[in-house]
Ligand binder design. Structure first.
Ligand code: SF4
Ligand code: SF4
Length: 426
């Protein structure tokens, strides 16, 4: 399996949107929802079978809901209310998750987390890490063996126009400091460093936190590039950075962890960057499970026929098809509305071998060759001959493709199918 050296990033130089040190950004509180949809953390084969909650039953805020014997598939209810129905939610790449609709009532808190915290101490938060707002999928394993030696906390969001984590560096510095100190105590990791753009470094100067800045060119906020540029470690294709004793968390996750330990309640709100049709940004505080339609309506953002709503940022997000049935999840960092006139549609044009995708790829993948395999469903060959697993999922190849081939989505689908085939073999 070829493993190409990182990184030959040439052009274009896309720049992250930056929150300035002197800027005082607002956070808009989105009204508490009347109905929510709760999604389990992992897709399951038998949709909804084995759920520990059924229609007609009541849930409390903070209550753990699991699904069958698959201990990875669970959630913490962000609301109190009555379960109206359970259906299947089809997410990105056709993944199917049980979706629990809840008619929301006034919060009543389940005490299980508080009791566990009192009985076992702060380390118990690691059992809930995958459910904290801001933790990306898959959640890192912070109590790994052999133990981690470095934890990187990212204050620069991965995608363009998205400023959720920068905002939290700006507005929640005390919670961030506390969270970092909790993490040090809980994980005993030797080194915790916070990565921020140069514009926010001054805010952390007197905090005693180790700071590293990254040049705010896309995709410098991606973990594999931070590994190379900041830590000087090249992670081979398909290998997790945890194998090198390093893990990553977003600032929002650290702030959530701090709040959970201080308030003895698991946080149930998420901060989102909402990007309008003119690329304007609003930061919103949203109850997890709130429907995308309710967020957009509260912000007065109109969506017309043929406009597009994207969960995530412009480079790596994906289009959603029902605003009424798609909820904000704990790992939703951005929501973007695109006007129909500014949408560049993908086409069925064949590759013209211009080589732009190869030149721009930070992992130096021969994308023009890779795509031929992926279009023909040759996923194993794509991994072995053309280094599919070296892809860092930045979307730059799609961005530059003059034939408008949806390269990024082919790549994501190829990876998904390869992993599914490998799991089936085991
Ligand atoms: S998404 Fe495209 S440009 Fe980015 S690393 Fe993967 S193949 Fe290369
Ligand atoms: S950018 Fe598009 S058209 Fe050009 S070589 Fe790559 S896949 Fe082919």
């Amino acid at each position: 399996m070829p493993t190409r050296p990182f990184f030959g990033f040439a052009k274009p130089k896309l720049t992250y949107t930056l929150i300035q040190e002197t800027e005082i950004p607002d956070i808009v509180d989105i009204p508490e929802p009347k109905r929510t949809i709760l999604l389990l953390t992992h897709e399951v084969e038998e949709k909804g079978e084995g759920l520990t909650i059924r229609p007609g039953q009541e849930v409390k805020t903070g209550q753990k809901i699991t699904c069958g014997e698959d201990s990875r598939s669970y959630l913490i209810s962000p609301v109190t209310g009555s379960v109206s129905h359970i259906s299947n939610y089809e997410g990105y790449l056709g993944r199917v998750y049980p979706a629990i609709s809840v008619e929301v009532q006034e919060d009543q808190w389940d005490e299980a987390f508080k009791e566990e915290l009192v009985a076992s101490g702060p380390k118990c938060i690691l059992n809930y890490l995958a459910l904290l707002p801001g933790v990306q999928d898959p959640a890192p394993v912070l109590d790994a063996q052999p133990p981690l030696h470095t934890l990187v906390v990212s204050g620069l969001d991965k995608d363009l126009l998205t400023t959720t984590n920068q905002l939290l560096v700006k507005t929640h510095i005390e919670a961030l400091k506390k969270g970092l100190s909790h993490l040090k105590g809980i994980t005993r990791v030797e080194r915790i460093l916070v990565v921020v753009p140069p514009t926010l470094a001054g805010l952390l100067e007197d905090t005693g936190v180790e700071i590293r800045t990254v040049t705010p060119y896309y995709p410098n906020a991606f973990p594999r590039i931070i590994m190379k540029d900041v830590l000087g470690i090249t992670v081979p294709a398909g290998q997790p950075w945890e194998d090198f004793g390093v893990s990553f968390l977003n600032v929002e996750a650290v702030v959530s962890l701090s709040k959970a330990l201080d308030e003895q309640k698991l946080p149930v709100h998420k901060i989102l960057t909402v990007i309008g049709k003119d690329s304007s940004r609003t930061h919103a505080k949203v109850r997890i499970g709130t429907l995308v339609r309710d967020v957009l309506d509260a912000l007065g953002l109109q969506v017309n026929d043929r406009d597009r709503v994207i969960l995530g940022g412009p480079m790596t997000g994906h289009t959603i098809h029902s605003l009424e049935e798609t909820p904000v999840s704990r790992d939703t960092d951005a929501l973007m509305v695109q006007d129909t006139n500014s949408i560049i549609l993908s086409e069925n044009t064949p590759c013209v071998n211009c080589g732009e995708c190869v030149r721009v790829c930070p992992a130096k993948i021969p994308v023009n060759m890779l795509i031929r395999y992926l279009e023909n469903g040759l996923f194993q060959e794509a991994v072995h001959d053309y280094d599919l697993l070296s892809c860092i999922e930045c979307g730059l190849c799609s961005y530059v493709c003059i034939a408008r081939i949806p390269l990024f989505h082919y790549i994501m689908f190829g990876k998904h199918e390869f992993i599914r085939m490998k799991d089936a073999e085991e």
